[in-house]
Design a protein around this ligand. Structure first.
Ligand code: KIV
Ligand code: ZN
Length: 516
């Protein structure tokens, strides 16, 4: 990096990413993603909003205890009780940051907070001072800065920097800004805030107009030195700026940018897959950097060019972002130790010998059907659908499907529901439809199926199919996943996984709801 300034990468997959409907993660899942982010050398990991619920508090605490090389951050509204919770959750972190925020746009101050601008400045300053009692590393965000008055923003930022905020983050909360204007806002703020040299200016862009990455990069061109982003662009509504796109744009166009991150880009694809696998949000094939087609050349002209000289059509190398690491890692004859050691290498550890044994048994079952086992198969094997299965209220015991041309597909399902075995048969328009109908006739869940999608985890017809379902019930949305070499079985597992999540909804406060 030599003479280049540092661009700080602040990942909020575990906080803003988790605010996507259906993307909520368990503590164990958050730890796995946090380890992967740490391995990628992300500078700051926003692990959650500790005041949201006891579960969120414990997740942030667990990430704080696990991660050693990245700063772990907790979000807090500008309220003493929130900041206290964040401080407590982060006590054991090697490096900790508290990120506090309050809205500054006229519409948010009037309609949401019902506060006068002077009160907002006062509350912001108090929040930063409370947070400084727990750590020097305090970040402040004027929420909805993208629609705030620039003179007022200058006033708030000067006051919070004086109070001790070391990072000031400018969120385009509703994704309303466009690149040139957002860049100009950053430049003006840095020029006009008298003490701007005492803080790092950061940006946090939402993608409602598809401009989150462009706006963030424009801000970097104009002086921002931290970007808040998420893996695969996960996040509220249309999502946040995608980490992989920000990092690779700055790295690839190092001729234009005055700064660079210290991210290990070879970890990007693995982390993207992990997040997709855990949240059940598939990555679209044409997604930049991490989509399956991002480096695939379909047309003959392109292929010819790439074969003669890669640079004719490729601006980045696939292996630099972690593609082509799709290698066989374990097989039918691999033993328990090799299994455990390899899983540790890819960041998966087990809390008990019992969990290890359960996962090893599922691995052996898979290896009987599929001779070459890849990292992606292993990730799916320990994803929540398989990993927590022992503790779930509804379990799949067996499934028999008959599908014949000219005949209606028929499915026979045996479930164990709260320890009791239940058996039912149903017909449907296809084998998956028949299976879902059979399960539904036992459970009577009254859920609405919002999404059903199938992806192959690796290539080839012996690959495992990974199924995602999104279910809604009473305004609560969950994702369910399942993987198997038989896609009807994978579908049944995904549906059951979703139903188990509907049964135990996570009740938590939303950080951006009014509570001042
Ligand atoms: O989008 C937003 O404004 C946020 C803040 C909490 C930083 O997520
Ligand atoms: Zn946000």
């Amino acid at each position: 990096m030599s003479e280049k300034e540092k661009l700080i990468i602040f990942d909020t997959t575990l906080r803003d990413g988790e605010q996507s409907p259906g993307a909520s993660m368990t503590k164990e899942e958050k730890i796995r993603i946090a380890k992967s982010l740490e391995k990628m050398r992300v500078d700051v990991i926003e692990a959650g909003f500790p005041a949201a619920s006891q579960g969120d508090f414990e997740s942030v605490q667990a990430v704080a205890r696990t991660v050693k090389n990245s700063t772990v951050c907790g979000l807090a509204r500008a309220l003493e009780k929130d900041i206290q919770r964040a401080g407590e959750a982060l006590v054991d972190a090697e490096r900790k940051r508290i990120h506090t925020f309050i809205a500054t746009s006229p519409i948010h101050m009037k309609m949401k907070l019902r506060m006068e601008p002077d009160q907002v400045v006062e509350q912001a300053v108090k929040a930063v001072r409370w947070a400084r009692q727990f750590t020097d590393d305090v970040e402040f965000s004027p929420e909805d800065a993208g629609r705030s008055d620039i003179d007022f923003l200058c006033r708030v930022l000067e006051a919070v920097i004086d109070a001790g905020a070391q990072t000031v983050n400018i969120p385009d909360t509703v994704g309303y800004n466009v690149p040139e204007q957002f860049g100009s806002t950053l430049r003006q703020l840095i020029e006009r805030v008298p003490n701007s040299d005492r803080a790092v200016f950061s940006v946090h862009c939402h993608n409602d107009l598809g401009l989150a990455v462009a706006n963030s990069l424009s801000a970097v061109m104009n002086g921002a030195r931290q970007v808040e982003c998420t893996i695969n662009g996960l996040g509220e509504r249309a999502g946040n700026a995608a980490l992989e796109e920000i990092v690779m744009a700055v790295r690839t166009r190092r001729d234009l940018f005055p700064c660079d991150s210290t991210i290990d880009t070879t970890q990007i694809v693995a982390c993207s897959r992990l997040v997709s696998n855990i949240t059940g949000f598939p990555v679209q094939p044409n997604k930049a950097i991490v989509g399956a087609n991002a480096f695939a050349h379909e047309s003959g002209i392109h292929q010819d060019g790439v074969l003669k000289s890669r640079e004719t059509y490729e601006i980045m190398r696939a292996q630099d972002v972690g593609w082509n690491t799709n290698r066989m890692v374990l097989g039918k004859h691999s033993g328990r130790n090799a299994f455990r050691t390899h899983l540790e290498e890819i960041g998966i550890t087990f809390d008990s010998e019992e969990d290890l044994n359960g996962a090893f048994a599922r691995f052996k079952e898979l290896a009987d059907k599929k001779h070459e086992i890849y990292d992606e198969d292993l990730q799916a094997l320990v994803s929540s659908a398989g990993f927590d299965a022992e503790n779930e209220a509804i379990k799949l015991l067996s499934l028999k499907v008959v599908s014949e041309t000219g005949e209606p597909p028929h499915s026979e399902v045996v479930l164990v529901v709260n320890g009791e075995e239940k058996r039912v048969a149903a017909e449907g328009s296809g084998p998956v439809d028949a299976t879902f109908k059979a399960i539904e006739s036992i459970i009577n869940s009254d859920t609405e199926l919002l999404l059903y999608s199938v992806n192959n985890i690796t290539s080839g017809t012996d690959s495992q199919g990974e199924v995602t379902v999104r279910l809604a019930k009473g305004g609560h949305i969950v994702n369910g996943q399942g993987a198997d070499t038989d896609i009807v079985v994978a579908s049944a597992k995904a549906y059951i996984n979703g139903l188990n999540r509907v049964w135990s909804p996570v009740v938590r406060a939303h950080p951006q709801a009014a509570d001042v």
